[in-house]
Structures are given as structure tokens and as C-alpha cells.
Design a protein around this ligand. Structure first.
Ligand code: LMR
Length: 462
């Protein structure tokens, strides 16, 4: 085991408070030859006059970090680590929801390359600026005692986010294993039963991990119940564009709620739809009700109207340049900034600039829409091919059509833990233990192989 040699006179010791505390205790004991440190014989203390001179070499054989146990592998990212360690030629990583090309390579969108070139041309300096953990921190701080209702199942990281923020959560029914579809009645009943003012986490589109979304009519009903109960909708929009291939269509659930004038939290990610995974670029949007604006907490007159407000044309049109009110949205924004500051001080700007260049330039924006259709189209085509292969190979009469009804990057296969383990140990197909496969990690060429693996695991493992 590694051991560290520490010397009392070394400046480096000052960085270790527990060690100093221990040494003080030893000094105060004042014994002429004290030899105890963390249960081992490491320190020799001599008393000379009123001074305790400690000449010592401390070899820390038992680390102070010893009690920190091994964290379990992440249910999603851990799958990729296991995949990397496998050298089988047919191996397939269907664990993480990250877009891959037909050659199963990561895809850098053309619009991203163009946006980066534009940034280089304009020599934009790297400056720094903000996503779901924020919303959790905001809830914890300003809605103490409030609960978040999350779907069962949901993205593996949602529970961690709320646990770490100290925000209590419980689940609403979502997936019905009998139909491999949406348990709509269960979902509505659980949202209704939650105490008023509960935050209801909804997946804006392409539900992760099930790939099952409510219909437009069902979204209306969900909005009705949330409104009736004065709940606060909290959208997680991580796959915009991947459900239908259209960024606009995939925004329809959020827009439906916004059009009703409801206050919303929207956590949005560009990791998947712009392939900016490692840039960790997203946005937290808090839509505040305009009727809540006139709190009169601060007064702005003429030139003292903050620049941010002047830029908001709607605000100025409504209140004039001499305004006596401060919008709640600015208060919220100021608090979000405050939450961000101790978390990471200055967030990286590079990804944010790429997004701003793509959405802010009509040519690039239109090209993004085309690339989005292309990526979503490739996933739809392997989904169809997988269904065809399963239907052609499986003679048991099992209905695999749920695969076609699911949308987005994922398919929830209904395989149980033992069956998913068989997929990996026997077939080298890596997937999450809940039975989810990411179709973005599948190529047409490997559909038949995957179908064989699924049929074997489904019928031969219980
Ligand atoms: C997934 O669910 O696979 C993606 O959202 C990637 C991730 O970070 O979990």
C-alpha cells in the first residue's frame, strides 16, 4: 500500500486539518515520549522545557480516506466502461443514449463545425456562462418542503440529482409492463393524488428510458390535472428533435403548457441534438407568470431601468421606460446566477457560443433542422429493421410491434435483469439493466445479430 511521509515542520502539513488536530492532542498530552498516532506508532514527541518539540516522520499506512467506499458503477455510463473492456468483434454498445453514425462513430454535426469556424473568424474570446441540477437547487432553496414527482421509470440520474440537492421525490406510474405502453390512468391518478404545488417532472419528448410519449390529447389532460392541482410542471427536454425529426413538433408539449399561461421550469440539453456531450451545454428556463410581475419590490425610473429590462421589448412596451415594477423572472434569474457561482464559478462558454451561433443564424438553424431529420431518420430506420428482423426470426407469435410504437433514441425491450445479463455475457450486447437499448448505437448491419440476441435472451432466460 502507498504510504505518505509527513513531517511536522513541513508547510504541506498545514493543509491537513485532521492531522493538525491529532498532533495538538499529542502535544498537550505532554508525555516525554508520546508515540501514538491513529493507532500506530508514528510520532515521537520530546518535552524540552515548556516546548514540545516533535521530531517525527509520519508514515500513513492507513489512509484517512479509507472509509470512502467504492461507488457503484453508474447505471448508464458504467455500461460504456464495460463495453470498452470487451474485445469481441460483434460487441455492441446500446447503453448510453448518444447518437452514432451507421459506422457507429460519434457524429460531429456540420452546423457545429460551421459555428466553430464562425467563432474563430470573429475571434470570439472564450468567456464564461449555465441546466436540471439548478432547478433542483432552486426548488430546495425557495420551495422548502416541496416534493418532485418523477415518472416510474425515469432517466437513471434524476433520482441522484434530487437526492444530492436534498429535494424529496416520489414516483408517478408511467410504464405499463403488460402493454409495454403508457399507464395513462395510473399517471393521472398519481399526479392528482400529489399534494398541491408539487413539481411534476415531465419528459418533453422521447421519454427516457421507455421511448413512450403521451399523445397530444393525453398531454392536454395532463396539463388539466396539473392546473387543477396548482402543481408546477418541470420539463426535462433532452431529446428535442429525436422523437419526430422536427425540433418544432418535439417542442409541442412544452408549448402547450406555456400557451396556457402556466409557470414552468424547463431544463434543456443540447448534448444529443447538437452532439455536444462533452460541452455539457444546456439551459434552465423558468417561465414566470406575467400577472406575478407587479410585486413593487424595486422601483426603476428612466435611465435607471437596467439594461436587461430595456432589452426586453415586451416589458418596455407594457411598462414604459419608467417602470415601477420588477419582473419576478429577473429575481429568479439573479438567484440562478447566485446558485451557479459557488457551484462552478464560471461555466465554460464554448458550447454555449456554438448553440447561440446555430440558433441565431437562420442558415445554420435551417441546416440544423435538416441534420436533425437525418439523425432521427437513421434511428427510425434501424428501429424498423430491428422490428422486421425480430418478426421474421421469432416464430413464437410474440408481438414485437411495441418497438415501432416507441419513439426517440430508446426502446424499452421488456427484457428483465437476467435477460439483459445474458445479452451481455453471451452476445456482447451492452445495455442498461432496466432493459433499455439505445437504437442510436445500432447500425443496420447489426440488426439481425441484435434480433438473435434478443430472441435468445427473451425465450431462453427467465
Ligand atoms: C442516457 O440516458 O443514456 C443519456 O442521457 C446520457 C447520460 O448522460 O445518461
Amino acid at each position: 500500500m502507498a504510504s505518505a511521509i509527513l513531517s511536522l515542520t513541513s508547510a504541506s502539513i498545514a493543509t491537513s486539518r485532521p492531522l493538525i488536530e491529532n498532533l495538538k492532542v499529542n502535544s498537550k498530552l505532554g508525555s516525554s515520549s508520546q508515540t501514538t498516532f491513529l493507532g500506530k506508532d508514528y510520532i515521537k514527541t520530546k518535552v524540552i522545557g515548556s516546548w514540545h518539540l516533535t521530531s517525527m516522520t509520519v508514515a500513513v499506512e492507513v489512509s484517512r480516506f479509507n472509509d470512502i467506499t467504492m461507488a457503484p458503477p453508474d447505471p448508464i455510463l458504467g455500461v460504456s466502461e464495460a463495453f470498452k473492456a470487451d474485445d469481441h468483434e460483434m460487441k455492441l454498445n446500446l447503453g448510453v443514449g448518444a447518437y452514432r453514425t451507421e459506422d457507429l462513430q460519434p457524429y460531429v454535426l456540420n452546423v457545429v463545425k460551421k459555428a466553430e469556424n464562425l467563432m474563430l473568424e470573429r475571434e470570439i474570446t472564450k468567456r464564461n456562462w449555465v441546466s436540471a441540477a439548478f432547478a433542483a437547487a432552486l426548488i430546495e432553496r425557495y420551495f422548502p418542503g416541496s416534493k418532485v414527482l418523477i415518472s416510474s421509470p425515469t432517466w437513471g440520474n434524476h433520482k441522484n440529482i434530487f437526492n444530492d440537492a436534498g429535494v424529496p421525490w416520489s414516483e408517478y406510474r408511467y410504464y405499463d409492463p403488460k402493454t409495454v405502453g403508457l399507464d395513462f390512468d395510473g399517471m393521472i391518478a398519481d399526479i392528482k393524488a400529489a399534494p398541491e404545488g408539487t413539481f411534476v417532472l415531465l419528459h418533453g419528448c422521447a421519454h427516457n428510458p421507455t421511448g413512450i410519449d403521451p399523445t397530444p390529447e393525453q398531454w392536454e389532460r395532463i396539463a388539466d390535472v396539473i392546473q387543477e392541482k396548482s402543481h408546477i410542471p418541470f420539463f426535462d427536454v433532452a431529446y428535442q428533435g429525436f422523437a419526430s425529426g422536427s425540433l418544432d413538433k418535439d417542442a409541442s408539449s412544452v408549448r402547450l403548457f406555456a400557451a396556457r399561461g402556466m409557470e414552468l421550469l424547463i431544463a434543456q440539453s443540447y448534448s444529443k441534438n447538437l452532439g455536444l456531450y462533452a460541452e455539457r451545454i444546456g439551459a434552465i428556463n423558468v417561465v414566470c407568470s406575467t400577472s406575478e410581475v407587479a410585486k413593487g419590490k424595486e422601483q426603476y425610473h428612466g435611465s435607471s431601468v437596467p439594461e436587461e429590462l430595456c432589452a426586453e421589448k415586451e416589458f418596455v412596451a407594457k411598462h414604459g421606460s419608467t417602470c415601477l415594477v420588477k419582473p419576478v423572472s429577473l429575481q429568479v434569474k439573479s438567484q440562478l446566477k447566485r446558485i451557479a457561482r459557488p457551484m462552478y464559478s464560471n461555466p465554460p462558454i464554448h458550447g454555449a457560443r456554438i448553440v447561440a451561433n446555430v440558433v441565431g443564424n437562420s442558415d445554420l438553424f435551417n441546416e440544423w433542422k435538416e441534420e436533425m431529420e437525418l439523425m432521427a431518420g437513421r434511428i427510425m430506420s434501424v428501429r424498423k429493421k430491428l422490428y422486421d428482423s425480430l418478426s421474421a426470426k421469432d416464430n413464437s407469435g410474440k408481438d414485437w410491434s411495441f418497438i415501432l410504437k416507441q419513439i426517440g433514441m430508446f426502446s424499452f425491450t421488456g427484457l428483465n435483469k437476467a435477460q439483459t445479463e445474458n445479452m451481455t455475457s453471451k452476445w456482447h450486447v451492452y445495455m442498461t439493466k432496466d432493459g433499455r437499448i439505445s437504437l442510436a448505437g445500432l447500425s443496420s448491419a447489426k440488426c439481425e445479430y441484435l434480433a438473435d440476441a434478443i430472441i435468445d435472451s427473451f425465450h431462453n432466460v427467465s
